[in-house]
Write a protein that binds this ligand. Sequence first.
Ligand code: GLU
Length: 488
Amino acid sequence: MSSKEIRTRFAPSPTGYMHIGNLRTALYTYLIAKHEGGKFILRIEDTDQERLVEGSVDIIYNTLKETGLIHDEGPDIGGPVGPYVQSERKGMYLDYAKQLVENGEAYYCFCSKERLDILKANSEALKRPFKYDKHCKNLPKEEIQQKLAQGAPYVIRQNNPITGFTTFNDVIYGNISVDNSELDDMILIKSDGFPTYNFANVVDDHLMGITHVVRGNEYLSSAPKYNRLYEAFGWEVPIYVHCPPIMKDVHNKLSKRNGDASFQDLVEKGYIKEAVLNFISLLGWNPEGENEIFTLEELVKIFDYTTITKSPAIFDPVKLRWMNGEYIKRMPLEKFHEMALPYYQGVITNSNIDLLKITELLQTRVEVLGEIPEVIDFFNSLPEYDIAIYTHKKMKTNNENSLVSLKKALPILESLTDWNMDTLHNSMMALAKDMEVKNGIVLWPLRTALSGKQFTPGGAFEIGDIIGKDESISRIKIGIDKLEKALA
Ligand code: GLU
């Protein structure tokens, strides 16, 4: 490992699903490494066994694979600084903690649960955050040795100073100083001998040669304690990149608890993976210029982590829809057809319908794949509809003139020997001309009769062409019938 190599890591805890914020962290982490030709590492942080959710490691692997955030080292592919799962590194941490005890940066703590509960209750009563009172820090050496020799249960705590300040630098948030009196002597090694998440995280980042630590800003308040650990070991502090929160709106964070979508949920709703990734890249970072559509390769080239913003990013679902629509428009027709096909299943059962023609119509008109069934169901069979939809203010249509148009159109359409977009177009334009009316007076009622819907992908000609002559004639007759009844 050359000392100049950029090494970043995505270090998720397998707690269930891939939150949008986690995926953004993964993306930024990947981009920082790849922009510099460095290594992107996956480390699974499973020290907190109680929070583990079965299957979540697979979700992590799958999401990274599906989004193209391919790691260079990780549990599944190995690498020079493995293992890459914290539970498999369990044995490594105790010696590091003991090293800190030796140089006075940490100490054994034998306090009973009862004593700690009293301390906690006291701070609660005083409405202060809990802080361990360093009781065991002052135990005589002999007493410590004796307790250890007796096998008394212990934890190892960080020994933070109580005066002065600790300052650390974050690329996004700048220099942050905290009063040392606020720093809790956090536990590094638990009574079962295993490390806490906070300790393992620092030791692993060092041992894995991580140069840039990218994570959500909820870790900002822990960073001073991490910094003290690096300094206590005499290790180089990595570059910290804490990312701004992603908000649902001005007041609420985007979160599973708020019922917000995960990456998997969005994909299931019919969002394109590449579009979601592109959208996420802009939650907290703005590229130069107007363009907002980027492939992952392009992002690798232009991403500059020093310009990530501090201010919270708002997850705008309307923008995501728009972006998804752009991805759909820009993909080759065949690819979109393949993606759309599953959404036709069970909706279009009439085998005379040319599905590719529907795809052609939809490509510029649909924003989210999941909406396809409700948009196309009328092709298969005419839905029940209310004749109120024949009336359109702008088109100046109403029941009377709709009926006239349909009655005139019917024999002309019946007599067409060639049934296609051109013959439909030419014959109906000629009809409007003959009737000396605007095209809409003919086309609005016709499209309405053919679809039974107020809004459709495509107009009368496209719909007529797709459903075919017989079905079109029969639907126009139904329309005439409905209008006549209403006017009777
Ligand atoms: N395991 C932590 C999480 O999933 C990541 C913390 C970090 O990246 O340092 O939130």
